[in-house]
Design a protein around this ligand. Structure first.
Ligand SMILES: Cc1cc2nc3c(=O)[nH]c(=O)nc-3n(C[C@H](O)[C@H](O)[C@H](O)COP(=O)(O)OP(=O)(O)OC[C@H]3O[C@@H](n4cnc5c(N)ncnc54)[C@H](O)[C@@H]3O)c2cc1C
Ligand SMILES: *[C@@H]1O[C@H](CO)[C@@H](O)[C@H](O)[C@H]1NC(C)=O
Ligand SMILES: *[C@@H]1O[C@H](CO)[C@@H](O)[C@H](O)[C@H]1NC(C)=O
Ligand SMILES: *[C@@H]1O[C@H](CO)[C@@H](O)[C@H](O)[C@H]1NC(C)=O
Length: 638
């Protein structure tokens, strides 16, 4: 979500002038000596003619899939990633916002809208996505959240056997190495997995104020990834020793010596090649700089893990998708699947909902763009730069529209001790794409003030959108139409969420510090009185804040569901040898940040592939595979 946060906060903490110092410091003091994992070897210059499995996209899911499939020693696996490797900057949690608009970011934008993103340039919201090994897990705010039990039970009820909460929980635990001993001993968490999960080593005093305020409103401080979701928590994140633990670091670096895994960086997939008569996947077409187009053959299966934008785009470029659209694009139809690119769901909320306090407890430019703060991180891996994209607290709350007798909250809060103004206007306004008049009117007057925010976001939107090709050129970004706030209930629920955020500010805990809402109205909304329903609706349509969770564009469902793209084993309906494993398979977006659920999808999907190809051999062989994997890990990690 990195919202004001991943972005704003971080900027607040380290101005651009600190970058050279950070880089030098990290390189000399930490990188080579402290970080034991070696980087992956780039195989882009020695890709073979054929592999058993080809995984497209080395992001949150793809990195997991490539690791798990290459646990089988007799399978050759190729992982293809359009971006390069991570950098020293992407390792620093507090600098998350700096990666947006960089070469590590695909830099997508939504199409111009009349009813949302109105405060942004050209009424378009920016959609950062990782173009780097590790994918969006390299750009994200690292928050570790699993969603709600009911999400998965609902997926199963939609016709997807094996996806209930009880079925998916073991796969969350399989990946996990939770460093919080209290959580680790509960039945909901695991230790010893590849993915390190822990709290930031550093917090502002306001993080506790946030928990106290939640408590006053009747919400318990609890593990929101445990038995119940409703409540508040100091966020846990995918970090390791104070630095980002992307899926590349977690799942690929430890196995970089496996002879049967090739990882091709800076290699772009332009389509999956499917025999149109047999409907059998035969290979993958790639583009590499300065080289001619080439097809790599596949012996067993292709796994598409290019994310909620990339996967439907590649499907359509391959002739699999809505037939009328493909005809318009003059792409020969290989298999009609009208659901490809449909069902685009995202999490949005009100950006820039700002509160002011009197105490020096928040991130301000003056306080955090300092040499001591940088050194604290470089030498000790602690301090403000180790925060999770600036987000300290999470809460799952019930508006009046939620069923209060169920544990199924409808709004999530991200609490951050900072706001749009905290970096003095240097960076966050740019990555959000905020128009100057909005920044100058609402946030510039706050520069130097002590400000904090809650991002109230809608967990289960009723509005959904589409991804469509802009052209048949694979290098063109597709058209992204999220249709934010097109369903009126989304607006009503979010307004109630804003009201609960106002109550948090008005709690005894926050009022102790003089907390009050920032009341300069949004340009374009001045005609409505502040804090009325029409005012908040107007503000939402202006500062529509995505926290970057697009999902659902190749959704999982049974064959009788016209819009289903993959079945419950993630196999593309009607096309042999092709599966999808990433954010796009979610039939309904999960009620929480999706990175951990997507890693779970990779884990579960890889097991399905193993089961399919080892079916005849029985379970013993699968156990042996796991033993092989364990012994190999002992040779290669640390
Ligand atoms: C700024 C930001 C902050 C976020 N914060 C959080 C957070 O705090 N917590 C959380 O849970 N979630 C967060 N998310 C969301 C989460 O990170 C994503 O949902 C998740 O990483 C998506 O995983 P994926 O595997 O579906 O896709 P990605 O991780 O995006 O992986 C797709 C991969 O495929 C590659 N690819 C795409 N097309 C091609 C092609 N044609 N050829 C070759 N390779 C290709 C891409 O380069 C990329 O590496 C955030 C996202 C962003 C952008
Ligand atoms: C609320 O949830 C309870 C418990 O699951 C259920 O019995 C009840 O029917 C629900 N109420 C509504 C209005 O859906
Ligand atoms: C804040 O809380 C006080 C006491 O709990 C209440 O009297 C007051 O109306 C509240 N103010 C707002 C703006 O909600
Ligand atoms: C790998 O290491 C773990 C922990 O040190 C140990 O328990 C396990 O037996 C080792 N496995 C093999 C196959 O050597």
């Amino acid at each position: 979500m990195a919202l004001l946060l991943g972005a704003g906060m971080s900027t607040a903490m380290a101005g651009l002038w600190l970058m050279p110092l950070m880089l030098a410091g990290i390189a000399y003091h930490r990188y080579e000596t402290v970080d034991p994992e070696s980087r992956v070897l780039d195989a882009s210059n020695k890709i073979r003619e054929e592999y058993d499995f080809i995984v497209i996209g080395g992001g949150s899911a793809g990195a997991v899939v490539a690791n798990r499939l290459s646990e089988v020693p007799e399978w050759n696996v190729l992982l293809i990633e359009a971006g390069g490797d991570e950098t020293e900057i992407s390792d620093v949690p507090g600098l998350a916002g700096y990666l947006q608009q960089s070469e590590l970011d695909w830099q997508y934008q939504t199409t111009s809208s009349e009813s949302s993103c109105l405060a942004m340039h050209n009424r378009q919201c920016n959609w950062p996505r990782g173009k780097v090994l590790g994918g969006s897990s390299v750009l994200n705010a690292m928050l570790y959240v699993r969603g709600n039990r009911h999400d998965y039970d609902h997926w199963e009820r939609l016709g997807n056997p094996g996806w209930s909460y009880d079925h998916v929980l073991p796969y969350f635990i399989k990946s996990e190495d939770n460093r919080n001993p209290y959580l680790a001993k509960t039945p909901y968490h695991g230790t010893g997995g590849y993915l390190t999960v822990q709290e930031s080593p550093w917090h502002t005093p306001l993080s506790l104020t946030f928990l106290q305020a939640c408590h006053e409103l009747g919400y318990e401080n609890r593990d929101i990834n445990g038995e119940f979701q409703t409540g508040c928590m100091i966020a846990q994140g995918t970090i390791r020793r104070g630095s980002r633990c992307s899926t590349a670091k977690a799942f690929l670096r430890p196995v970089n010596l496996r002879k049967n895994l090739d990882i091709a960086l800076k290699t772009f997939v332009s389509k999956v090649v499917v025999d149109p008569t047999k409907k059998q996947t035969v290979g993958v077409e790639i583009l590499q700089k300065g080289k001619s187009k080439r097809v790599i053959r596949v012996g067993k299966e292709v796994v598409l893990s290019a994310g909620a934008i990339g996967s439907p785009q590649i499907m359509m470029l391959s002739g699999i998708g809505p037939p009328d659209h493909l005809a318009r694009m003059k792409i020969p139809l290989v298999h009609a699947l009208p659901g490809v690119g449909e069902n685009l769901q995202d999490h949005i909320g009100l950006g820039g909902l700002t509160f002011i306090i009197d105490q020096p407890f928040t991130f301000t430019k003056e306080r955090f763009q300092t040499v001591p703060v940088a050194l604290e991180y470089i030498l000790n891996e602690r301090g403000p730069l180790s925060t999770l994209g600036g987000v300290e607290g999470l809460a799952f709350v019930n508006t009046k529209y939620a069923n209060h007798s169920e544990d199924f909250p409808d709004v999530q809060f991200h609490f951050a001790p900072s706001s749009i103004n905290s970096d003095g206007g240097e960076h966050i306004r740019k990555i959000v794409g905020l128009r100057d008049i909005v920044y100058n009117t609402m946030y510039k007057p706050l520069v130097g003030s002590e400000t904090w925010t809650i991002l109230p976001l809608l967990l289960r939107p009723k509005s959904s959108g589409t991804i469509r090709l802009r052209s048949r050129n694979p290098l063109h970004h597709p058209n992204i139409r999220p249709n934010y706030l097109s369903h009126p209930e989304d607006v009503y629920t979010l307004i109630e969420g804003i009201r609960i955020a106002m109550q948090i500010s008005n709690s005894t805990a926050f009022r102790k510090f003089g907390s009050r809402p920032h009341t300069i109205p949004m340009p374009g909304c001045k005609k409505y009185a502040f804090d009325t329903d029409p005012y908040w609706e107007c503000a939402l349509r202006h500062f529509t804040f995505t926290i970057y969770h697009p999902t659902g564009t190749c959704k999982m469902g049974p064959a009788y569901d016209q819009l289903a793209v993959v079945d419950h084993e993630l196999r593309v309906h009607g096309v042999k040898g092709l599966r999808v494993m990433d954010a796009s398979i979610m039939p309904m977006i999960v009620s929480g940040n999706p990175n951990a659920p997507i890693i779970m999808i990779g884990e579960k999907g890889a097991d399905m592939v193993k089961n399919a190809w080892y079916h005849s051999k029985g379970d013993e062989d699968i156990d042996q595979l796991h033993e092989f994997a364990d012994s190999e890990e002992n040779q290669t990690v640390e």
